[in-house]
Design a protein around this ligand. Structure first.
Ligand SMILES: *[C@@H]1O[C@H](CO)[C@@H](O)[C@H](O)[C@H]1NC(C)=O
Length: 332
């Protein structure tokens, strides 16, 4: 059998010129099934790796697994309705069951290793916390910052503290949607790049998942537009330098978060191809040039799950596509 990379390449060549969007080119059930099969195979192999590493996967990693499971649930239901895709639907269902078991086992490990962190963030591992996008939009390049701040100036500690306030899971508060002045300024500060930017995006994404709509959260969509426009710009830059290590992790995190935010332009076929090519054939993992990273693998599966989700969310060939916004004029 041809290697997945080769198969995808052949498929890409067989398709009509694509533009840079995944969606419009995939107009036959057959090409859809072929790509779905490639993604699913990658996810199945990555899942074997994650299952073996369960005791060492931290909560952030399990969040990626939960996101994937939500995506799979939706894909399974959609494809169960389409006879040509029913075999894939069954595979998706089996993978979902494996992931659910893995999450439950992982909770036991997390309870032992870091009970405080688990108490604060367990909510984000619950079924139904992550709500999938049902309307698709595009990023707006005119929102890209003229320059980025030189430093990633959002520490993990302050970011976590702000997320706990937002979730309302700290010991001093039980009210969700909390936002101190400090957190407000950190989470809306312009000019962030890298993980600083993706954490700002995660903050407003979780605010949406948690149902926060008052005060500054009235502008959540504006901030999300701003952050994802810049995350798109950074992903283009990562691509331009050949995804040199260590940009792959943040590149995939950007796809995971902005994809969950409903930005379909993150789901480019050539980006899918790149991600699939990074998977280590033997271990099924993702990571640095000579190693496996659980975090990297968890981020990769959530990004790949997003590709599968948008593939299933897009109407089949025999129906008229009905995207929520008109297609963009150009490829960027
Ligand atoms: C993009 O953002 C700019 C600046 O906010 C705005 O003027 C423009 O209308 C937006 N474009 C689209 C397509 O939404």
């Amino acid at each position: 059998m041809a290697s997945p990379g080769l198969l995808l390449l052949l498929l890409l060549m067989a398709l009509p010129p694509l533009g840079s969007y995944l969606l419009p080119g995939l107009d036959t059930a057959k090409s859809k099934a072929t790509i779905a099969d490639l993604i699913l195979s990658a996810l199945e192999r990555a899942t074997v790796f994650l299952e073996q590493r369960l005791p060492e996967i931290n909560l952030d990693g399990m969040v990626g697994v939960r996101v994937l499971e939500e995506q799979l649930k939706s894909v399974q239901e959609k494809w169960a309705q389409e006879p040509p895709l029913q075999p894939l639907s069954l595979r998706v269902g089996m993978l979902g069951e494996k992931l659910e078991a893995a999450i439950q086992r992982s909770l036991l490990y997390l309870k032992l290793s870091d009970p405080k962190y688990l108490r604060e963030f367990q909510l984000t591992l619950q079924p139904g916390f992550w709500k999938l996008p049902h309307a698709w939009i595009h990023t707006n390049a005119s929102l890209v910052y003229p320059t980025f701040q030189p430093q990633d100036s959002l520490s993990e500690e302050s970011s976590d503290a702000c997320l706990v306030q937002l979730l309302g899971t700290g010991t001093d508060s039980s009210e969700p949607c909390g936002l101190s002045d400090l957190c407000r300024s950190l989470m809306t500060k312009p000019g962030c790049s890298g993980y600083c930017l993706s954490h700002q995006m995660l903050f407003f994404l979780w605010a949406r998942m948690r149902g926060c709509t008052q005060g500054p959260f009235q502008q959540s969509q504006d901030y999300i537009n701003l952050f994802c426009a810049n995350m798109m710009d950074l992903n283009h830059r990562a691509e331009a330098i050949g995804y040199a290590y260590p940009t792959q992790d943040i590149f995939m995190e950007n796809i995971m978060f902005c994809g969950m935010g409903g930005y379909s332009d993150f789901y480019k076929l050539r980006w899918l191809e790149a991600i699939l090519s990074w998977q280590k054939q033997r271990e099924g993992c993702f990571g640095e040039p000579d190693g496996c990273s659980s975090h990297n693998t968890a981020t990769a599966v959530a990004a790949l799950g997003g590709f599968l989700y948008i593939l299933a969310d897009y109407p089949p060939a025999n129906r008229e596509p009905h995207p929520s916004t008109p297609p963009p004029p150009s490829s960027h």
